[in-house]
Design a protein around this ligand. Structure first.
Ligand SMILES: [Zn+2]
Length: 368
């Protein structure tokens, strides 16, 4: 049942790719690798729990080792296995019986699932993908060629999602987004994009030669390091510049109207840095999409709260988790949503972004 659920889920997110039908390695090998990806994700989730707890307290995430918050006893490794230990000990400390929040196991399960999802979607083109997922195409996946380009994206997206998870839960707990996540992402994004230009894959409009050269949505993959770096910086700017202007403007307006104190800001800078990090990792389209999706998700949560008269709860909700959810939506479904949008809308015949970005890049037709 789980396998069939995963099958359907991956099908909804992945781009159909006729070239993937061949099968390079036996499906069992990839399924085994996918299981390892999930187990690895649970272990990383366990570490992220430590980061979520300790980073806001300015404590080291490496030492000391995990201990019970109530009795202070060190937790031995066999009681610290991700997910498993929580259920084996029924969510309690083995020595004093204090309750641990279910959130620890929840974060481990979440990260395990995210790692599995990423692995299945970016399995090398030409391989038999696990659980029937149809991976995104890479530039050199022209039918017979076996490409490792998508597989190289897997650890990058694992790192990116780990940052989002840490940022989201710290924001929920403390209403802050730590610089180690936001500025860390704004630095790591351009560096990694130069090393792996395929990170800056985006949706464009190009001739579909199989359909007689008619214009159609396609994936555009940078293949030159300079192109990857440039698009990453464009993505960073696309996230930071408009929101920073909005923040300055809103602060000036609300200070003049006396709605906020002369030292207060109308908007948190942490959210802006987070969008910058999203743009630097996933490109300008992801930055724009994340802001729009976050506004939509925020509205979906805010309206029921306002209607039920819980206005005070609303003011305590941070914006970072919505932005993270928006970035996650783009990573898994964005290219498909954008292609569907472009197919439906007519005034896309001229695409200045693609015209400016075709140097050292490759367009791959995107069948819907
Ligand atoms: Zn204890």
């Amino acid at each position: 049942m789980i396998a069939s659920f995963l099958h359907r889920l991956f099908e909804s997110a992945s781009v159909p790719a006729a070239q993937c039908a061949g099968g390079f390695l036996p499906a069992d090998v990839w399924t085994l690798c996918a299981v390892f990806a999930a187990v690895f994700g649970a272990c990383i989730g366990s570490f992220l729990n430590v980061c979520i707890y300790r980073i806001p307290l300015d404590q080291s995430v490496v030492a000391p080792r995990s201990h019970c918050m109530t009795c202070g006893k060190l937790i031995p490794w066999y009681h610290n296995l991700p997910v498993v230990s929580y259920f084996a000990l029924r969510g309690r400390c083995a020595s004093c019986g204090a309750r641990f929040s279910f959130r620890y196991a929840g974060v481990e399960l979440l990260v395990a699932f995210l790692f599995l999802f990423v692995f299945c979607l970016w399995t090398p083109a030409g391989a038999a993908p696990p659980f029937g997922a149809r991976p995104l195409l890479a530039p050199d996946s022209d039918g017979a060629a076996f490409s490792f380009a998508p597989l190289a994206l897997v650890p990058v997206y694992w790192l990116f999602l780990s940052g989002l998870v840490v940022g989201t839960f710290i924001d929920l707990d403390h209403l802050i987004l730590p610089d180690s996540v936001t500025i860390g992402g704004m630095v790591a994004g351009p560096v990694l994009s130069a090393l792996l230009p395929a990170m800056q894959v985006r949706i464009g409009i190009g001739p579909d030669w199989e359909a007689g050269g008619a214009l159609a949505p396609c994936l555009v993959w940078p293949t030159w390091w300079g192109s990857g770096l440039a698009w990453s910086l464009v993505g960073l700017a696309a996230g930071v510049v408009p929101l920073q202007l909005l923040r300055k403007g809103a602060t000036w307006y609300f200070r003049r109207r006396g709605r906020i104190g002369p030292e207060d800001d109308a908007m948190g800078f942490g959210d802006i840095k987070l969008v910058g990090a999203i743009g630097a990792f996933l490109g300008w389209q992801a930055a724009v999409f994340s802001i729009a999706a976050a506004a939509l998700y925020g509205t979906l949560v805010a309206v029921p709260l306002l209607l039920s008269g819980r206005r005070s709860l609303l003011s305590r909700l941070p914006f970072g988790p919505y932005l993270s959810l928006g970035a996650l939506t783009w990573l898994f479904w964005g290219h498909r949503l954008a292609a569907a949008y472009l197919t439906l809308s007519s005034p896309w015949r001229v695409d200045p972004f693609r015209a400016a970005g075709t140097i050292a890049e490759m367009a791959v037709p995107l069948p819907l």
